[in-house]
Design a protein around this ligand. Sequence first.
Ligand SMILES: [Zn+2]
Length: 465
Amino acid sequence: METDEELAFRDFNSLKRYKFNDERTSTTTSREQQKTENSIEKCYNRFQQMQYLDAKVKKIHREEHQRYLETMLRRLPSHYECLDSSRPWNVYWILQAAHLLNFTFDEETLEDVVQFLIKCRHPNGGFAGGPGQYPHLAPTYAAVNCLCIIGTPSAYRAIDRESLIKFLFSVRETDGSFRLHVDGETDVRGAYCAISCAKLTNMPDEVLKKLFDKTGDWISSCQTYEGGFGGAPDLEAHGGYTFCGIAALALLDEGYKCDTQQLLKWNLQRQMPFEGGFQGRTNKLVDGCYSFWVGATIPITQAIIQEGESLKESLFDTGALQEYILLCCQKANGGLIDKPGKPQDLYHTCYTLSGVSIAQHSSFSFNPQVLGDPVNELLPTHPLFNVPPRAVALSLGHFEQLNQNYKDSKIPLNTQQNSAPNCGKNSNDCEKSSTECCMETDNGINNAEDDEEARVSSVSSSISN
Ligand SMILES: [Zn+2]
């Protein structure tokens, strides 16, 4: 696609020929696929009529999504109770979605978030899914991303990089893989989360070398015969693990260790010809969240193949992807979804919007590829960390200063930081007032500086970060 060519909605009538053909053998899988296509066809038919009556159908419903995110940051509905061990994730999905939609929370609220995340930090390093829980790599990734998005001195201090390093070493295995928590399972998410946290906090080279010795080889061993990555060696290729695998290799500058051509091919095959969105595995249904997991993997892989040369064109249909999210995945009362018929949630709100952002900004011209109304343009995201590119630049700058001080004085890495973690002991002291804890449920159970701005928004330049 030419970079300055305008994106148009597809001709939905001619798309019918791409609908699934079960060759007169009906199975559970084929019926599910047909049902999904029919629900999507209804969205497209509705759009074809409504576009002449209501301009809003071509737009991202910014106000509704903003209201949804603001409400969710202050009080979660009771069904989020099952995410009690994923609370930093909820905050991250909200902050990242808010960034993409170009709004931010007031300083006081953001400081409340910092204080909440400090309660999730474990005395031995790393962050837990909630106050008083064991540290785990996934919420650690979410918490570090949140704190870098907030980017205030107090947010950076809350990361407590020295204890974070200790935690990362405590979950490292001798073959270079990472357990999600001490004695927990090993998979490629663990490696990605560890690498992302280490790189975003700009850990010194000597730490990175020891921490990620053999990790690139282990990650590469998760690539399957199909071309995508499984969660661990010999498991089925999956969009989420594939993103983790290639983003981790790119961050280590070891993208050459996997078969990038096969990887690219597998990812491109995940775009559904009728639906426009991506599926996460072969023969599975379209799902909005893979807009990011698969959508970001494509330009990252392209950048590795092109060895850092800037990307001139998108290899997937960026218009069709935006069409799916815009017409099929927005809830009228705010929030985005997996597919028509599903309820909105924070995870899908974050990753559908992140995918749209990648689709709009993944080829580098001065013109983003925006489908529909120009107000649909989202802010760019960093494809490897999925946080604002500016947050990456500022975090690298902040921690580089810390490394400099360390080198100059040979004093502990976090000497400038307030290293008194205060979570763990009094977990139930997490007061319900909004100043203490920004995540509550309906039933009251606690659930859930202007440095030089690096050109990190470019995928190719970010590979080397
Ligand atoms: Zn999903």
